[in-house]
Design a protein around this ligand. Structure first.
Ligand code: SF4
Length: 111
C-alpha cells in the first residue's frame, strides 16, 4: 500500500493573525491569491495516479483564508478522482480565528 503526503498552502503564507514569532510576518497584505482550482485538480489527479493513501496537510499562513468555496471544490475534486479502494486523510494547521470558518460546521464534518 503506497502512501503519499502533500502539503498544500492554498493562500501561501498569508494569515489574519499577527503572532510575534511568525515566519510569515512579511506576507500579511490584505490582498492575496488563492490556489487556482485547476491547479488543485491537477495536483489531486496526479497524486491519485501515484498512491492508494493520500494524506493532505493544509498549511499556511492560515489555510482557511482560502474560504468555504475553495474547500467545497476540493471535496468535489477528491470525489471525482478517488476510487473506493483509496483513502484520503486531511490535516489542517490553522488558528481557528477566521470567523466565517470558525462558525461553520461544514469543516468539522469534512476535514
Ligand atoms: S497563526 Fe500561524 S501563520 Fe498566522 S501569524 Fe500566527 S504563527 Fe503565523
Amino acid at each position: 500500500m503506497k502512501e503519499l503526503t502533500l502539503q498544500i498552502k492554498p493562500v501561501g503564507n498569508h494569515c489574519n493573525l499577527n503572532c510575534s514569532y511568525c515566519y510569515a510576518a512579511p506576507f500579511k497584505s490584505k490582498q492575496f491569491n488563492i490556489l487556482n482550482e485547476s491547479t488543485l485538480e491537477k495536483i489531486i489527479k496526479e497524486a491519485f495516479d501515484l498512491t492508494d493513501n493520500l494524506i493532505v496537510s493544509w498549511h499556511g499562513g492560515e489555510p482557511m483564508m482560502a474560504g468555504l468555496h475553495f474547500f467545497r471544490k476540493y471535496i468535489e475534486i477528491i470525489n471525482k478522482f478517488k476510487k473506493d479502494s483509496k483513502t484520503v486523510y486531511n490535516m489542517i494547521q490553522n488558528s481557528s480565528y477566521t470567523k466565517s470558518i470558525k462558525n461553520n460546521k461544514y469543516f468539522f464534518i469534512i476535514l
